[in-house]
Design a protein around this ligand. Sequence first.
Ligand SMILES: C[S@@+](CC[C@H](N)C(=O)[O-])C[C@H]1O[C@@H](n2cnc3c(N)ncnc32)[C@H](O)[C@@H]1O
Length: 252
Amino acid sequence: MIFEVFTLFPEVFEPYLQASILQRASQRNLATVRLHNIRDWTYDKHHITDDEPYGGGGGMVMKPEPVFAAVESVLGSPPSCPVILLTPQGRLFNQKLAYELAAPDKRQVNEARLALICGRYEGVDERIRLHLATDEISIGDFVLTGGELAALIIIDAVVRLIPGVLGDPDGAIDDSHASGLLEYPHYTRPAEFRGWGVPETLLSGDHARIARWRREQALLRTRQRRPDLLARAELSEQDRRFLDGLDEESTI
Ligand SMILES: C[S@@+](CC[C@H](N)C(=O)[O-])C[C@H]1O[C@@H](n2cnc3c(N)ncnc32)[C@H](O)[C@@H]1O
């Protein structure tokens, strides 16, 4: 999968992209992140990318010309792939949307391409939103200084869903939000640490029992922390019986 990122600060991406899973995904050609500095598409002496807002008020606004020129020179006109504008006004990013972006067409995941435009200052000229972006995504109800962190978050969440990226092919299946539930708790060695043990079931070697314990912990944890998710989750008869059998105070 190819990510075409349009930004005024390409240097902030490098350290994160060169670590761990994202680096491995890139080395194995499963995900490529191409960074395009919007400033490279300015043709004035001072390479200006922003200007004062019409109508007055504080702050600066990203000019349309360099952003259109950058996107169109890389992706053609009209752009050959979805163009996502990062904005706190967009639809909220979540795991479901990450799955959608990871596999627009499962047969072509290696050829799939996604463009991300990172805003700065007061944001981008409205004509970019109206006539260039095909989608607008927010990573949460708060305002960042720029779209770069938002782009990295989306890239990270999407790349780990691309088949072959995680060492364990089922690694993402149980993740929180993948199935509509929060994930069960994890433990690793030592079996006892400062007097705190590990649930006996996890040491039993009984895979069916462990699977059931994990499912029940996921149900319990979701009920406790995110009842809104539980109301929408796909539950089996066994899940429902377990939840019905809990009393109000049951916690993990
Ligand atoms: C300071 S913000 C501009 C916010 C804008 N004035 C508003 O109130 O909608 C600058 C840039 O950061 C990015 N950004 C800020 N918060 C974001 C969020 N929650 N999700 C995605 N991008 C965000 C956008 O690209 C935005 O253009």
